[in-house]
Design a protein around this ligand. Structure first.
Ligand SMILES: C[S@@+](CC[C@H](N)C(=O)[O-])C[C@H]1O[C@@H](n2cnc3c(N)ncnc32)[C@H](O)[C@@H]1O
Length: 205
């Protein structure tokens, strides 16, 4: 059974971190986020990366001159990220969806909110709690980027079948309109062979 103090969705990650870290580091930000690159700010901006994993995305944003708050509840990833991608422009926080109490308590707003490969780790109740909270963190002209994994669930992990349509509707209920909605196959050869696909969404107010 998972540890009851473990945030929802992180099940299996600590145990599999050694194997997953090189996998997460193997695909560049530009390849991974090609669909939404055109929506990202080109002047130094405030980025919130929720479920930031090993920090590859946070590091790319920092290299572009953005200030990044990277949220990662799995200590194994957070510590690896700080070691692999040290940057004065990245601040790492131990916080988790759905409540994001630490982030919300800081009263900041962000030009980009990244929810890359994390939303399907939440069940319907958790998604209902999380959506208004993440929406409230978006600056008026900000963009929220969200990707959803579809297909077989890796052993030991906690994932739900979440459709793009359901996510677009939930976001709409909280004042966010969809500006990108694409469906792609996985870039990871093993996952692609297993039939994993992704929905990539972006939202603005
Ligand atoms: C598939 S990885 C994605 C990592 C990175 N965002 C990327 O796109 O490569 C999912 C990440 O979400 C984190 N995670 C799982 N449940 C979470 C929750 N409730 N709140 C925040 N992060 C969570 C995991 O610890 C893991 O780092």
């Amino acid at each position: 059974m998972p540890n009851s103090s473990q945030p929802p969705g992180t099940q299996g990650y600590a145990e599999q971190a050694a194997e997953l870290i090189p996998q997460y580091e193997s695909i560049s930000f530009v390849a991974h986020h090609a669909a939404e690159l055109h929506l990202l700010p080109t002047v130094p901006s405030r980025i919130l990366d929720i479920g930031a994993g090993t920090g590859l995305d946070a590091a790319w944003f920092a290299e572009q001159g953005h200030s990044v708050v990277a949220v990662e509840p799995t200590a194994e990833f957070r510590h690896a990220a700080m070691r692999l991608h040290p940057s004065p422009l990245i601040e790492w926080l131990d916080d988790a969806l759905p409540n994001l109490d630490v982030v919300l308590g800081r009263g900041q707003r962000f030009d980009v909110v990244m929810l890359s490969a994390v939303w399907m780790h939440l069940d319907a109740t958790e998604r209902g709690i999380a959506m208004p909270r993440v929406a409230s963190l978006l600056a008026p002209d900000g963009v929220m980027v969200l990707s959803l994994r579809h297909g077989p669930v890796p052993a030991g992990r906690r994932m739900f079948a979440v459709s793009g349509e359901k996510t677009v509707e939930l976001a709409r209920q909280h004042g966010l309109g969809v500006v990108l909605n694409t469906h792609t196959e996985s870039l990871q050869p093993g996952n692609r062979a297993a039939g994993v696909t992704w929905t990539r969404l972006a939202f603005r107010r």
